[in-house]
Design a binder for this molecule. Structure first.
Ligand SMILES: [Zn+2]
Length: 383
């Protein structure tokens, strides 16, 4: 899932951090829950201050959990686009797939391990604080933080994708069978069952006990079911695409726009009379650096003037939009299918120079053909 309209918060360990507006709802909700929990430990003003700090500290713990995933992923050669904080916690957006089961397992386990460690530190700090102020708001906040971290570790280890426990299931089945697709499918099916179970428990809570806290479980279960379902669809697609590579479907040596060109130069060139809708923009070394669509020309964000450079209108290429000729098509589709604003994937050769282009239309056609059981490539040349 790709969250839109996020606020960038900066970088930690080289990884971009952003917050979706819904993270503010989470901070508010946690502040309220913690303030209720702290009732009676101090004056109202102190309680609200402690609850706000505690809620923000919890967001920092969620971020630490995601950072652990992202740092281990980066160290194992998986590019991390960013971490987004949102309503249901944090999400690490990875632009690649783990190469082997061992890496998959490491990336999955380090998150819950971090939450457990934070829980242990929290309980330790609470023990120290209780010596000075037993029953005070600081001790109570530390106990609450530690408990929530332990609950987070346990919840995330529930065995269904996309939860960390689901990744562990995938890694273990992959390890034992050597079959990543079988492992992925199994983890996603478990995720669906888990999602339905959580939603069911939430509904039962409301019907049997009139406890509307069950709504939260229904929301969580519904989200998990949907995410597991998309993973299942992707696993099926990967299975059908098999060993097809980006090179099988790309347009080789596509027409590109030099980044130094002005919009005027582009409009007076023959490029505007080709049938292409999207153009890669290349730097002086022939390396693609941005993508320019007709839509970018028609909706200028910068006031148009004769000297306006193409580079000012083009959109920078996210790492997910750069592929290599021998990358598996299934992997590339999996990482861009959830990014609706990506028009194309540029293909580079081993030196980083532009080698080809795969547009979103090309990818949609590949998906449609594969759904109909047709090969990616025509096996018989049409006459
Ligand atoms: Zn996690």
């Amino acid at each position: 899932m790709q969250l839109q309209s996020t606020l960038p918060l900066g970088r930690i360990a080289g990884i971009r951090i952003a917050a979706h507006w819904s993270a503010a709802v989470t901070v508010g909700l946690f502040t309220w829950i913690l303030a209720t929990y702290l009732r009676g430990t101090a004056d109202a003003g102190i309680i609200w201050a402690a609850a706000t700090i505690g809620a923000l500290a919890l967001i920092a713990c969620l971020l630490a959990h995601e950072l652990a995933h992202s740092i281990v992923a980066t160290r194992n050669g998986i590019h991390v686009e960013r971490i987004v904080l949102w309503l249901l916690g944090g999400a690490s957006e990875l632009a690649g797939e783990p190469k082997d089961a061992r890496t998959d397992l490491r990336v999955a386990l380090v998150g819950p391990a971090t939450s457990l460690l934070l829980g242990a530190i929290g309980f330790g700090a609470a023990a120290v604080s209780s010596v000075f102020s037993p029953g005070g708001p600081v001790t109570a906040t530390l106990v609450w933080l530690a408990t929530v971290n332990v609950i987070l570790a346990v919840f995330n280890m529930l065995p269904g994708a996309p939860l960390d426990g689901g990744r562990v299931v995938r890694a273990v089945i992959w390890w034992r069978s050597g079959d990543r697709l079988r492992a992925e499918t199994a983890a996603a099916r478990w995720g669906q069952v888990l999602g339905m179970t959580l939603a069911g428990i939430g509904a039962a809570e409301i019907i049997a006990f009139g406890n509307f806290g069950g709504l939260w479980l229904i929301l969580l279960g519904w989200f998990l079911y949907g995410a597991a379902n998309s993973e299942l669809i992707l696993a099926g697609l990967r299975h059908r695409l098999g060993a097809s590579t980006v090179g099988d479907v790309m347009t080789p040596a596509p027409r590109a726009v030099p980044a130094t060109w002005t919009v005027d130069q582009l409009l007076h060139s023959d490029l505007v009379y080709t049938h292409h809708r999207v153009f890669p923009v290349i730097d002086h070394n022939g390396h693609p650096c941005a993508i320019l669509a007709w839509a970018d020309l028609l909706r200028p964000r910068t006031p148009a003037h004769p000297g306006l450079r193409v580079a000012e209108l083009a959109r920078p290429l996210p790492p997910a939009a750069i592929a290599h000729v021998d990358d598996l098509l299934g992997d590339v589709i999996a990482r861009i299918v959830l990014r609706p604003n990506l028009d194309a994937v540029v293909v580079v050769d081993p030196t980083g120079r532009l080698a080809g282009l795969v547009t979103s239309t090309d990818l949609t056609l590949v998906c449609n053909r594969s759904a109909l059981g047709l090969p990616v490539h025509p096996t018989v040349t049409p006459s």
